[in-house]
Write a protein that binds this ligand. Structure first.
Ligand SMILES: Cc1cc2nc3c(=O)[nH]c(=O)nc-3n(C[C@H](O)[C@H](O)[C@H](O)COP(=O)(O)O)c2cc1C
Length: 393
């Protein structure tokens, strides 16, 4: 919730990113009010049972301080319904993915391909409404498949249905992540529909949010995707309407904690993670408090290794190290220039990466974490290095 109490902010579903460890980490970093899982692809045989870590917050009744929005992708209503029934009533509601642009789901009749023909899309939604309790499903969509010409027809047809909410990413499937999100269309849907409309696209900072919220005054719920990867403190910045100040020693604990959560979030370790959640460690977010991160790191390290491990000795699985590097790669785009050190991404161990941060910034002075537009090539098709002119990009 923002300071004025008018806006509720959540973490967007992101395949390969917004899994359990990332959600738990984001809750500690900047506490979104709700968080979405990436889509789970349901077929007529899968999943027979829910994967352990898919929606642990609700299936294990964890009190984590955010509402979980589990998302399911399906090309047949019955497959969505069957999977939703595994999640309900533990989850408040289950979200249908009608936005994924990837060729695989699209050729299989799922994701954004559901938007091609309004009668098919609305028939699908009606089947869900007939089979599930009122308010127990929601939809996340793009503005269209090839273009936004059918957007009004797609959304107005949803009006009579008992939808929990409709999330709109203001781009078409063809746009992928190019151009700008159409907040004018999101606003129009919010004016027309009785259910809450959640807006998505291009929220990166307090400044960008200010502009977007002004362009979509009927929207009160928003999700942030790539902006949370670039700046994980984005929800704190949006709530307080000012950039967050951190320092290197805190950053090390934050990165180390992400690594340990990634380890502890794996199926075979999840029983070590559960007592920490049950102990109430997710009742408060660590935010930018060095002390709170030190305490959290100690808890995570003890759960993982039986003792508090010094950063230089911290060892994790190769896959975990890869995920840490992915998160670091985006995060560094919001940090001072000294952190943009390509060699760090070649670190052979987590210890090497973490101690490398001391080498880059030995003074440990405070700095603001801030999205830098020159880095906005992330997840767009136009890659641009900082300082490069568009012609070089
Ligand atoms: C890496 C990545 C994975 C995504 N995965 C999903 C997904 O699983 N389900 C979904 O509905 N949207 C997915 N999206 C779309 C986002 O939820 C969001 O609508 C979009 O990125 C625009 O918001 P942003 O500008 O804040 O990133 C994904 C986006 C990215 C960048």
């Amino acid at each position: 919730m923002t300071k004025d109490g008018r806006h509720t902010l959540g973490l967007a579903p992101m395949e390969g990113v917004s899994e359990l460890p990332f959600r738990l980490w984001m809750a500690q970093v900047s506490a979104p009010a709700f968080s979405s899982t990436p889509f789970l692809r349901a077929t007529d045989t899968y999943p027979a049972q829910l994967p352990l870590d898919f929606a642990a917050e609700v299936t294990r009744a964890w009190d984590v301080g955010y509402q979980l929005v589990p998302q399911v992708m399906a090309s047949e209503p019955k497959d969505f319904v069957r999977t939703a029934q595994l999640l309900l009533p533990a989850a408040d509601f289950v979200d249908l993915n009608c936005g994924c642009p990837s060729p695989n789901p699209v050729s299989g009749g799922a994701g954004s391909s559901l938007l091609k023909v309004p009668a098919h899309f609305l028939g699908f939604a009606e089947r869900l409404a007939d089979s599930l309790p009122a308010q127990s499903f929601s939809i996340k969509m793009r503005t269209g498949f090839d273009d936004a010409a059918l957007f009004d027809e797609l959304t107005s047809g949803l009006r009579p249905l008992p939808l929990r909410q409709l999330t709109v990413h203001g781009r078409t499937r063809r746009d992928r992540y190019d151009g700008r999100s159409r907040w004018d269309l999101i606003q129009r849907a919010a004016e027309q529909l009785p259910c809450p409309v959640v807006g998505s696209g291009d929220i990166l900072s307090a400044a960008s949010f200010h502009e977007i919220a002004a362009a979509a005054p009927s929207v009160s719920r928003f999700i942030v995707g790539r902006g949370a990867l670039r700046n994980p403190w984005v929800f704190m910045e949006l709530r307080n309407q000012e950039p967050v100040v951190i320092r290197r020693s805190l950053l090390q604990k934050v990165v180390a904690s992400f690594a340990l959560l990634t380890e502890l979030g794996m199926d075979h370790q999840i029983d070590k993670l559960e007592p920490l959640v049950k102990k109430g460690l997710w009742q408060n977010s660590a935010g930018n408090s060095g002390q709170a991160w030190a305490a959290l790191y100690e808890e995570l390290s003890t759960a993982y290794a039986g003792k508090i491990v010094a950063f230089k000795d911290l060892e994790v699985d190769r896959i975990t190290l890869g995920r840490v590097k992915m998160v670091w790669n985006y995060l560094r785009s919001s940090l001072p220039d000294v952190y943009f050190e390509p060699l760090l991404l070649r670190s052979k161990s987590l210890g090497e990466l973490l101690t490398g941060l001391t080498r880059l910034d030995p003074g440990d002075e405070a700095f603001t974490i801030q999205n830098r537009p020159e880095w906005d090539w992330l997840f767009t098709s136009t890659r641009q290095k900082p300082g490069a002119t568009p012609a070089e990009a």
